[in-house]
Unconditional design. Structure first.
Lengths: 373, 87
């Protein structure tokens, strides 16, 4: 099997699974219990939080554990909206977000909030002047993903955060789901950061929202105080410890891994651009882990299934989206044909040269077969 | 005249269109607007043969479909469509 859909999810590493199993066996107590077993479980969570905080250069008290990025995004957006609605009801976002950003914003718009979309420049990057022009007295939240999941455009969220510091009434949320564990990110000027473990060889079912301590947040899951008052529910020491493990492993030799992926991406671009009906929807601002292409005139599902015959797995769009056209590819290319025929190849530092070679061979066969039909 | 609007919460175009639809509703209060959610109203929208491109706007007159379009449209485009059909 050649798996090239790492942006959808990743297979957990054995070390991460071992951590999960060991902690599940050795720390059976409820971390909220006051007896010895509870205290041990709670201490383990505290140690894991300390590790995560050190890796991300945040405070351990700023970590809110969630079930994943969708919950983190919902908590960030609804939590800020409910908490600061007396200040204003205006939100700014982009056309390159995940559905778990649009979902809560849609809900808020139905309940009296207002949303504006910031324009992108010719490279797919946020137009900072347009962003400034959209800011109003009642703007309370700007939510921008660090890396778009379909095209891989890496926004300069560090610079945007610095710009937004001039507007103290605005909370800046970054969905860093496709960024953390793959690329360096400076969280200093970002108020809220969402991410999930399963994008970097951790387990599904655990994610986090980093909330800087000056930010107020209304919980969306109410109940007793758990590891944090912002998210009720018995925390899972095993999942939290596995998150810490997967993050530590992902951030080890990050630059080396990034360069390896960059090389694979360059090879693929070089090979695939030889085909006249292939458009490479990628530029230097995109993360190398994602390579979006359009095979013009062929339905993406058809090409995806053709590759599947060779035991190769890629994605047609973000796994959490629908629609015939890719909104992100259209926003990036302004071309409906490209938007309706896009494929996402997502790479990893675990990808091998052999896999890239086999993919290129299979791609050639699929392309020829489908064009002859 | 009825305007059937089918949208989904996860769809950015649907979110973008909300403002435009609001303006249309204010300009044409006599149109009967029926809104459906792509996921929640699955049974009700079956009869409209909905593709994946949202939002879907269908205009019916005397219970007959006379127009349909999908994807993001500007207020002006919607006005042109309504005016060409005639209220």
């Amino acid at each position: 099997m050649i798996y090239l859909d790492y942006s959808a999810t990743t297979k957990p590493l054995d070390e991460v699974l071992d951590t999960f199993v060991n902690v599940s066996k050795k720390f059976p107590g409820n971390p909220n219990s006051l007896h010895k077993l509870g205290v041990e479980a709670n201490t383990l969570i505290d140690k894991s939080s300390e590790q995560i905080a050190n890796l991300l250069e945040v405070k351990k008290e700023e970590i809110i554990y969630t079930s994943g990025a969708s919950e983190s995004n919902n908590l960030a957006i609804k939590g800020i909206a409910f908490s600061y609605s007396n200040r204003g009801k205006h939100i700014i976002t982009t056309e390159l977000e995940h559905s778990s950003i649009y979902g809560p914003i849609n809900y808020l718009v139905n309940n009296g909030f207002d949303v504006d979309f910031v324009s992108l420049d010719e490279n797919g990057l946020i137009d900072l002047e347009h962003l400034k022009s959209l800011i109003r007295k009642d703007t309370i939240l700007v939510s921008i993903s660090a890396v778009n999941s379909e095209i891989g455009i890496r926004q300069n969220v560090e610079e945007i955060g610095s710009l937004l510091k001039e507007y103290p009434n605005i909370i800046f949320h970054v969905d860093a789901t496709q960024c953390i564990g793959k690329d360096k990110i400076d969280l200093a000027n970002i108020d809220l950061i969402s991410f999930t473990a399963h994008k970097f060889y951790g387990l599904k079912g655990i994610g986090a929202l980093i909330k800087k301590d000056k930010v107020r947040l209304e919980p969306i899951i109410h109940g007793g105080k758990s590891t944090t008052k912002y998210r009720s529910g018995t925390p899972s020491p095993a999942l939290i410890a596995s998150l810490a493990k997967s993050l530590r492993l992902a951030l080890t030799n990050l630059e080396e891994k990034y360069d390896k992926v960059l090389e694979f991406n360059s090879t693929l671009q070089k090979e695939l651009s030889k085909y006249k009906d292939v458009s490479i929807n990628h530029n230097k601002y995109c993360l190398p882990h994602i390579l979006n292409i359009s095979v013009l005139g062929i339905k993406p599902e058809t090409f995806q299934h053709a590759l599947e015959e060779y035991d190769i797995f890629i994605s047609t769009q973000s796994a959490c989206s629908s629609g015939e056209n890719s909104r992100a590819v259209y926003a990036f290319t302004s071309d409906e044909k490209k938007a309706s025929s896009s494929l996402r190849i997502s790479l990893s530092s675990f990808t091998t040269e052999e896999e890239i070679k086999k993919f290129i061979e299979a791609f050639s066969k699929c392309y020829q077969n489908l064009h002859l039909k | 005249m009825e305007m059937i609007i089918i949208s989904a919460v996860w769809c950015p175009d649907c979110l973008i269109m909300k403002k435009e639809i609001k303006k249309i509703k204010e300009k044409y209060p006599n149109i009967n607007y029926i809104e459906y959610d792509y996921d929640m109203d699955e049974d009700k929208i079956k009869k409209y043969n909905v593709s994946n491109t949202l939002p879907l706007i269908i205009i019916e007159k005397n219970n007959e479909e006379i127009f349909r379009c999908s994807g993001a449209k500007k207020e002006k485009e919607l006005i042109n469509i309504i005016e060409s059909i005639g209220l």
